[in-house]
Every structure is written in structure tokens, then in C-alpha cells.
Design a protein around this ligand. Structure first.
Ligand code: HEC
Length: 167
């Protein structure tokens, strides 16, 4: 009886290892296959619009925005190494597409006064509520806005809004 039980265990062990191998192989194949689907990179080699931004935004504001926001809200993303790997590359691409739909600093000069005002209100809201940069991004990037940086951007928002009113 005991011998039978031991043999049975042995058979179970073998089929378990076989299944494990199969599962690993399938997992590995899927991982390799998904690498073939590569999202388009968000890199604008002309750089012209970014240069305009630099003149449009005061230097200190520009620095904060480039550091904490441009990866998802401009035409130029500084990609991390894991962008070489799906599915991370897909998640990153989705953040960029969605982020740029809402607000693209590279296109700031092309927004009309209404759009700018609306976006400035939204920027104020996300900064006050600590909603941006996205939490998942902050796990890998140490660029949460510091207190002084928040004050700087919020002041700039107010100044720009009153400037737009007088235009
Ligand atoms: C990792 C990418 C990422 C970074 C970095 C990032 N954002 Fe966003 N942002 C998004 C995405 C995605 C959305 C749209 C979905 C959402 O609102 O959560 C968004 C939406 C917004 C919106 C629109 C909010 C609304 O209510 O519709 C504003 C304004 C904004 N971001 C400002 C900023 C600012 C300012 C920074 C830098 C301090 C920043 N974001 C950094 C990804 C990002």
C-alpha cells in the first residue's frame, strides 16, 4: 500500500514538472511574441515647438514642467530602459497618448485663450490635489513636485491667467 502511494506521488511529481515546463514555455513564448508589438515612440526630432516653449514659459517654470510633466505632456518623452519591454512599453504609450490628449505643452502656443485658461485651471487643480504626476510614474521617477515647486507653478498659473485677461 505504502509503495503504491509512493509511486503515485512520483507520477504526480513528474506530471507536475511536465506541466510546469509546459506552462513556463507557453508563458515565455507569449512574452517573446508580445515584444513584436512596439508602440510608436513619442520623439519629435524637429524640437522646434519645444524651443518655443522655452521662450514662452519662464525658465524656472519650464524646468519644473520638463522635469515632472513633459514625459507625458509634450512631444518628447525621455524613455526609461524598461520601455524596451512589453507590456511596460504599452502602458507608457497609453499614458503619453492620454496625457497629450488632455494637455500638450509642446502645442501650448497653438491653444487659444479659452483653451489656455481652461488648461491653467486644470493644472492648478491637479497640482493642488497632488494628482499629477501620476502615482504609477512616481514609483519609478523621483519627481513629485516639492512645496516650492508647487508654489512656483501655482503663482505662474495666476500670473498667466491675469495676463490672458488683459490681452
Ligand atoms: C506618467 C505620465 C504623466 C505625467 C508625468 C504627468 N501626467 Fe498629467 N496626465 C496624464 C494622463 C494619463 C492624464 C489623463 C488621465 C487623467 O486625468 O488621469 C493626465 C491629465 C492631466 C491633466 C488634465 C486633468 C483633467 O482633469 O482632465 C492635467 C492638467 C495634467 N495632467 C497636468 C500635469 C502636470 C502639471 C504634470 C506635471 C506636474 C503632469 N500632468 C504629469 C499623465 C501624466
Amino acid at each position: 500500500m505504502l509503495e503504491w502511494f509512493n509511486n503515485f506521488n512520483f507520477v504526480l511529481l513528474i506530471s507536475f514538472t511536465k506541466n510546469m515546463k509546459k506552462a513556463l514555455l507557453i508563458g515565455l513564448s507569449i512574452f517573446i511574441l508580445i515584444q513584436l508589438i512596439r508602440p510608436k515612440m513619442n520623439i519629435d526630432n524637429s524640437n522646434s515647438l519645444i524651443d518655443k516653449n522655452v521662450t514662452e514659459f519662464p525658465v524656472d517654470i519650464n524646468k519644473v514642467l520638463v522635469n515632472s510633466c513633459f514625459d507625458c505632456h509634450s512631444n518628447n518623452t525621455k524613455y526609461p530602459w524598461y520601455n524596451q519591454l512589453a507590456p511596460f512599453s504599452w502602458i507608457i504609450a497609453q499614458h503619453i497618448n492620454e496625457g497629450k490628449e488632455h494637455l500638450n505643452f509642446s502645442k501650448w502656443n497653438t491653444y487659444n485663450t479659452n483653451q489656455k485658461n481652461h488648461l491653467l485651471d486644470e493644472i492648478e487643480a491637479v497640482i493642488k490635489d497632488n494628482k499629477m504626476p501620476l502615482k504609477s510614474y512616481l514609483l519609478m521617477h523621483d519627481v513629485a513636485l516639492k512645496k516650492e515647486e508647487k508654489e512656483l507653478v501655482l503663482n505662474w498659473v495666476q500670473q498667466t491667467k491675469s495676463r490672458l485677461k488683459n490681452e
